[in-house]
Ligand binder design. Structure first.
Ligand SMILES: [Zn+2]
Length: 395
């Protein structure tokens, strides 16, 4: 009964996520609970601004926002959670749970957990690709783009420094030479101007990477200048920007797709070959030409390889799809850039919406002065040849 319902997309959760309530007309549907939805939106916004779950939890407590359990009790909804002493106390886990709930984008996710059998009732997490997702089953509280961005930020979860300070760039700065993440270093007794990023390989003293070091204030200036150039270019010369980027994306995209397609074909070929090989050793085993032990060993090896190939094939297919969506992504990027036309200082939110990663190159001292180049990979579109664009403008 539940299985059939779940396959139709009827939400199976008995306890509706914080931010929704059951529709009084139809108990199987969820409607937005405005007061709670405001809090959910706030939590996502704070995350976009670079705050971690612990900081968010603390902030909500300071602002005396009721936690979900206390809130539900107050409006008279049953909840399984035990009463907590302080109705304003937010657990870090509660915040994390909210940030990870896909239901806020308007979809229902059923069969998130499963039990092996009636004898083994331990709830296990279903792998993401096997969960049943139904889109637009209820109004969204969080837009898909913001939700995806937040998952990305959560993946780059960074260690905070001992002083508790974190940089708005944390988790997105990389060494251009060795590819390692650059670590944010700060001390409470030094002034802010001394806070800096340093290549993780250098810090570990492996000697593999040396001179990569940039002060946070310098980085902020460079990034902001670059972003401003991009935003204003899009504002003034949208058409030209689109042409240049389309050409660039198409070129790099076609190369990448070509490579992926080739790998994909190889993987698929090997997969069918393994099927054939398996059949052969099976027949050999039945005919007594190879021993049971040998058969077991070989079939295990084949199965392992097959499992690995299947994962590989899935990843490749996903990458090909992503490449094919690039032109669509370019349009989305242009819209976002327009949104920030009037921005007059770098905000963490704008940074996360526009920029994906920042690569720090080794300083160039050939001119006698320390010059440092950075390269910015923008969200959705990758590198933008700003200097080239500006040169054409003056030409
Ligand atoms: Zn490095």
């Amino acid at each position: 009964m539940n299985k059939a319902k779940g396959e139709r997309g009827v939400p199976l959760t008995v306890h509706v996520p914080f931010g929704y309530r059951k529709d009084p007309e139809d108990k199987t549907r969820w409607v937005v609970d405005e007061a709670a939805a405001v809090v959910v939106k706030r939590i996502f916004k704070l995350c976009m601004e670079g705050r971690g779950p612990t900081q968010i939890a603390r902030l909500l407590r300071e602002e005396r926002v009721l936690n979900p359990t206390a809130y539900k009790r107050q409006i008279g909804i049953n909840t399984p959670s035990p009463e907590t002493g302080d109705p304003y106390h937010w657990n870090t886990n509660t915040v994390v749970h909210i940030l990870e709930r896909r239901e806020y984008t308007g979809c229902s996710v059923n069969f998130k957990t499963y039990t092996n059998s009636i004898w083994d009732r331990k709830q296990r997490d279903t792998p993401l690709e096997k969960q049943a997702v139904f889109y637009n089953t209820h109004p969204a509280i969080i837009g898909q783009e913001v939700f995806d961005k937040v998952q990305e930020i959560r993946q780059q979860r960074h260690r905070r420094t001992k002083t508790g300070k974190s940089s708005l760039f944390s988790g997105m700065v990389y060494c251009a030479d060795c590819g390692a993440k650059m670590r944010y270093c700060t001390t409470s007794y030094l002034e802010k101007r001394q806070d800096h990023f340093v290549c993780a390989n250098y810090r570990n003293n492996t000697g593999s990477c040396s001179a990569h070091f940039i002060r946070a204030v310098v980085l902020e200036d460079l990034v902001w200048m670059h972003m401003k150039a991009v935003i204003s270019y899009v504002a003034r010369y949208e058409k030209h920007f689109r042409e240049v980027m389309e050409r660039k994306l198409r070129l790099s995209g076609e190369e990448a797709i070509c490579g992926h397609r080739k790998h994909l074909a190889q993987a698929e070929k090997r997969l069918t070959e393994l099927d054939r090989l398996f059949l052969r050793i099976y027949e050999d085993n039945v005919a007594g030409r190879i021993s049971d032990e040998r058969f077991a060993m070989m079939s295990k090896a084949y199965e392992d390889e097959q499992a690995q190939l299947k994962v590989e094939i899935q990843t490749l297919q996903r990458e090909i799809e992503a490449q094919e969506r690039q032109i669509e992504n370019l349009e989305r990027f242009i819209q976002r850039a327009h949104k920030y036309e009037d921005l007059d200082e770098l905000t963490p939110y704008a940074l996360r919406e526009l920029v994906k990663a920042i690569y720090i190159e080794a300083p160039d001292k050939s001119s006698g002065k320390r010059r440092q180049n950075i390269r910015i990979s923008y969200d959705l579109v990758g590198f933008i040849p700003v200097e080239e664009l500006l040169k054409q403008e003056t030409a």
